[in-house]
Design a protein around this ligand. Structure first.
Ligand code: GLV
Length: 284
């Protein structure tokens, strides 16, 4: 990065004070090819007057679709079914074979009611007549009126939901917010989905809860670390399905993200306001 005016970063690139120091005075912009920007130290960028951009909106639908795919796959035990087929453990049709959870009319808990959380809620409330609980910094009147949502505490959400989908951005306040204590609030029939960031969940505690039957299943598009080591205990659990962070992986979403990242980069290099800026903290 030395001497660069702009950096196009991926969510797997850590852009911290050391990288910014290495770039030096010439750096004007960091364009992150992602909507999440926990990989960029925005306080350090703000202190140096460097603009930071992200790629909001264009991956909302693609990511919401993956959350619903994981929810269905986990509720209906697709991983176990598939493994039974390929291993030859599938011998016959069984009345109680691979039975899972129904979706219709159940209670959905959305942790973090931003754009993606709302898109997941729309799909499941309209498609499967689910009742909606959610957490967010403040209640969202449009979610309450259009989707019948109810703003609740994390504890109430975990106690009452049959399906929980995590949509929090990662920061110091949200790291491991779903820890062992929080998981103990969940119903043993609960299906947990995470398409946000792996570090929001205490993965060791999740592993214990899944192994001990304190949760029915988990579907994770994100984990901690990424890639997940192949000897991770999580991968040994039949009730856990892990994907390689593909929430936004559709042709149109990735093209649109690339366009936004390029627009941010070019604007920043020319010293213009970014079209999709990340709000930077005020400097003291
Ligand atoms: C994907 O996780 C993103 O933040 O864009």
């Amino acid at each position: 990065v030395q001497g660069c005016t702009g950096i196009l970063s991926l969510l797997s690139d850590r852009i911290d004070g050391e990288v910014l120091d290495a770039a030096g005075q010439s750096l004007r912009v960091i364009s992150n090819f992602a909507v999440g920007y926990n990989n960029v130290d925005i306080a350090e960028a703000a202190r140096r007057g460097i603009a930071v951009g992200n790629t909001p909106d264009v991956l909302t639908d693609a990511t919401a679709d993956i959350a619903v795919a994981l929810l269905l796959a986990s509720a209906r035990r697709l991983r176990e079914g598939w493994e039974s087929v390929v291993s030859g453990r599938w011998k016959t049709w069984e009345p109680m074979g691979w039975v899972g959870q129904d979706l219709r009319g159940k209670t959905l808990g959305i942790i973090g009611m931003g754009r993606i959380g709302q898109a997941v809620a729309e799909r499941l409330v309209h498609g499967w007549a689910m009742q909606l609980l959610y957490t967010s910094r403040s209640p969202k009147p449009e979610v309450d009126s259009q989707l019948g949502g109810r703003h609740v505490t994390l504890e109430q959400l975990l106690r009452d939901s049959d399906f929980v989908s995590v949509h929090l951005s990662l920061n110091a306040q949200t790291r491991h917010v779903i820890n062992g204590d929080a998981l103990r609030w969940a119903k043993p029939t609960c299906v947990l989905v995470n398409t946000a960031r792996g570090e929001v969940i205490d993965q060791a505690a999740l592993c214990d809860a899944l192994r001990e039957g304190k949760l029915f299943a988990a579907g994770l598009d994100v984990c901690d670390p990424e890639p997940l080591p192949t000897d991770s205990p999580l991968l040994k659990l039949p009730n856990c399905l892990v994907l390689p962070h593909i929430g936004s992986a559709t042709v149109s979403a990735r093209n649109a993200m690339a366009q936004r990242a390029a627009d941010n980069l070019i604007a920043g290099i020319h010293g213009k306001p970014l079209p999709y800026p990340v709000p930077l903290p005020a400097c003291s």
